[in-house]
Design a protein around this ligand. Structure first.
Ligand SMILES: *Cc1c(COP(=O)(O)O)cnc(C)c1O
Length: 441
């Protein structure tokens, strides 16, 4: 791979005709004769060239290649190309975290004075990024109920709206987004739909097939899957025609003075403009770069993603069915349960499985939930989710402990809620553990 020039378009298409399982194992890196079988960790900040002119061409984006790992690194690019292939996109980039991925994805097209419409049902960190931090940067957000009608969604759009945003399966509320509904409204208004696909993963749902334009990931979750490396990814579908809406997206459709007057949408087309701009401009200026070592660990996780997701989903379904039938449990929320409000949407968007996270309420409220969690032997108490090892969290006594009962209810996190992230152990052991812990309540 060393010396191979990275062109995101070509790399992402190379495995087009294979099934997702084969892409998980093989996409992104194909060694030539005598090269290492496993992705080499190119632990180098910089790259050597024979002449200044050679390097100048890279700086001018006239040739593709590597010069400084803050912008691009071959190990990170190979893993980005794998995720690109999994999602069915045309270009992708890795970032240092899921937070950085969502920030870059939105900030790449929305500036001070612009507006974005987001589902209310999103990860708490993303909500804070949008509602507090990006608001301070002058970008306004309107939050809409993901179950709203198309008319209600349409009503939230303003002349300066630059994107719609939602999560395939929301963390932690486990609501399922009607991606096609959001895509229709976005495209009717000449703006892209950005989908955070962290919980479903491309193994269970590929949002581009339903009209999403940009997909983001916290690779920290199922993609890594072993609690080893924090990371993020952005993938472009290559379908959104920026030039057709040039007045809305001057950053992509007019010359970038900070980059030798390049017009990204002209030079790199629909397929490459978004990722080139996010790399050349935002990564250059913010430096939210993943370490090559982290990208290597992420790739090890990706190699078994399809196998693990199947087991996560099987375990969560068995656990959810067990809990639903238990007399000490007051409610269960798992989108793949037939009784779940979102079951019809899961059948449409994720017929093979959703995710491994189940939330439920224990009769007896906060005190009972605390006692239950203390008695669990397999699931460890952690803020993390989507790990090969089961873990659980009682938000009311940990992450949300400053909130009153009323505030908790309003935030959709009742005080009896336990979030259980089912790992890939045997579901027989998980259920036996839950059963013994419930006897203590
Ligand atoms: C965890 C998470 C994030 C944030 O990702 P980090 O890697 O922790 O920065 C974003 N979106 C979703 C859906 C998440 O679960």
């Amino acid at each position: 791979m060393c010396g191979v020039i990275f062109t995101p378009h070509r790399k992402c298409k190379e495995m087009k005709n294979y099934e997702i399982e084969t892409k998980c194992v093989q996409a992104g890196y194909t060694p030539a004769n005598g090269e290492p079988r496993q992705i080499p960790i190119i632990q180098s900040t910089t790259f050597k060239y024979a002449t200044s002119e050679d390097m100048g061409k890279l700086f001018d984006l006239e040739a593709s290649g590597y010069f400084y790992s803050r912008l691009q690194n071959p190990t990170c690019d190979a893993v980005a190309a794998k995720i690109c292939a999994l999602e069915g996109g045309t270009a992708a980039m890795l970032l240092s975290s899921g937070q950085a991925a969502n920030f870059f994805a939105v900030f790449n097209i929305a500036n001070a004075g612009d507006h974005v419409v987001s589902s209310t049902s999103i990860y708490g960190g993303t909500y804070n990024l949008f509602a507090v931090t990006m608001k301070k940067m002058g970008i306004d957000f309107t939050f809409v109920d993901p179950d709203c009608t198309e008319e209600e969604l349409e009503a939230a759009i303003r002349p300066n709206t630059k994107a719609l945003f939602g999560e395939t399966i929301a963390n932690p509320a486990l609501t399922v987004l009607d991606i096609e509904k959001f895509a229709r409204v976005a495209h009717k208004n000449g703006i892209p739909l950005i989908i955070d696909n962290t919980f479903a993963t491309p193994v269970n749902c590929r949002p581009f097939e339903f009209g999403a334009d940009i997909v983001t990931h916290s690779t920290t979750k199922y993609m890594d899957g072993h609690g080893s490396a924090v990371g993020g990814c952005i993938v472009d579908s290559g379908k959104f025609d920026w030039m057709a809406h040039a007045e809305k997206f001057p950053g992509l459709c007019t010359p970038d003075d900070s980059y030798h007057g390049i017009t990204y949408a002209e030079k790199f087309g629909k397929e490459g403009a978004f990722i080139y701009k996010a790399t050349a401009q935002l990564m250059r200026d913010f430096g939210s770069t993943p370490a090559p070592q982290s990208a290597y660990l992420l790739n090890l996780g990706l190699e078994s993603l399809h196998v693990r997701m199947e087991r996560h989903c099987l375990n969560a379904t068995k656990v959810a069915e067990f809990l639903e039938a238990h007399e000490k449990i007051s409610w269960v929320n798992y989108p793949a349960l037939k009784s779940n409000k979102y079951y019809p949407l899961t059948q449409k968007y994720m017929p093979n499985g959703t995710c491994g996270v189940v939330s439920f309420g224990i009769k007896g409220g906060r005190a009972a939930a605390e006692k239950f969690m203390k008695a669990l032997k397999i699931a460890a108490i952690e803020t993390h989710v989507a790990d090969a090892r089961s873990c659980c969290l009682h938000p009311a006594s940990s992450t949300h402990r400053q909130m009153s009962e009323e505030e908790l209810a309003a935030a959709g996190v009742p005080s009896d809620l336990v979030r259980l992230s089912c790992g890939i152990e045997s579901y027989l052991d998980l259920i036996a553990d839950i059963e013994q812990a419930l006897k203590n309540v």
